[in-house]
Design a protein around this ligand. Sequence first.
Ligand code: ATP
Ligand code: MG
Length: 431
Amino acid sequence: MRLSQLCTHTMKEPPKGEVSRNARLLTQAGYVSRLMAGVYSYLPLGLRTLNKIETIIREEMNALGGQEVLMPALQPRENWETTGRWDKVDVLYKLGSGPIEKPEDYNLALGPTHEEIVTPLIANFVHSYRDLPVAVYQLQTKFRNEPRPKSGLLRGREFRMKDLYSFHADQNDLDSFYERSIQAYHSVYRRCGIGDKTLLTYASGGIFSKYSHEFQTLTPHGEDTVYRIAGTSIAINKEIIGDQEALREIIPNYQTGDEDRLEELKAIEVGNIFKLGSRFTEAFRSSFADKTGSQGKIVMGCYGMGPSRIMGTIVECLSDDKGLVWPEEIAPYTLGLLNLKHDDAETKRFCDALYEKLSSANVDVLYDDRSESAGVKFADMDLLGLPWQLIVGPRSFEQGLVELKCRATDKRATLAVDEVFEKLRNGNITL
Ligand code: ATP
Ligand code: MG
């Protein structure tokens, strides 16, 4: 992609009216644009990154055995009344397909989550134990009327979610799938570059299990508070910190009063998994014929993860005072090519040829071919946060030398063009 053709521009200053670091930087760099509080457009660079995050999630959910579906965002009131949640979920957006005069006229909801849809949908295909287990997931836009949508992509009123639902013949089968899902979640966060900061966090469960689990990414800008067990990557959330019995159960050799083994930290919840038991399958009167021929209860698990919140979290965790810093697997482009002598015909020809050659070697290149000063190009490329920069200056055309810079570490090396390709051929670039 040539930067001169990109439909967005960077801004000199962060936007007024955004307080969160992720929204300020992503807007300044032209990745997203706010329509209203908690509602954003994804522009070409931002959408490339969001899509890459969703591709990672898709790969890991497929590997876990999930089958991808896409369910409607527009949902009938009836399903929400069946589970008793029409009046309980306070962030539910309600709509009417006709004029609204009184609350009863609302007959539709915009999906904040999909238990009400997926349960009857899948249970309809489950007749006997042979039809179980089954897991389906989707990557979809969700709607929640969040009261304080001031944190950019971290808390949208319209946002992206991956939600997976698993259906099992018994609790043991649910338990083993649940354990495997934890590993799949860790793989996603590792590939997104926040694996080392993301803690498996015990949260309160419900009627069907004692605990649920959150995945919490440590950052001082997080809205949540977690308590890390010293020397581990496991934490406990605020809800259960006062429960001595739970602490004894979760923490090895825990004694009452051992609170100094818990470190209080700020974090962002990037995933949440939950054993639902038969809460929803009972509401929809779904069952199956077990091995003996009698009717069994289908037990469920739900597994949520927020791709758009992950994108915001990466910005909160990895960006620096010059701008964004993307891990290689989710950067919109791998390499930025900077022509510092755009007014020189020979250098321009050299750069154009290099751009073609890199593109045909399947490197995702963003080529700054604009007539801007070197200072503007350096600042913009740092703001955009691509992992690698290839800088073509006065010596390039005459001596065939270019500078390769790593955005995250600021390490640089002067290389012959062939050496750059040597590094690319070996798969990943290292300096
Ligand atoms: P929170 O406690 O932060 O409001 P939640 O517990 O209500 O979130 P879940 O219903 O568990 O969220 O949703 C699954 C995942 O979807 C969350 O772990 C998070 O990554 C993401 N998510 C939830 N709400 C939002 C939101 N408003 N904006 C962006 N992502 C969200
Ligand atoms: Mg949650």
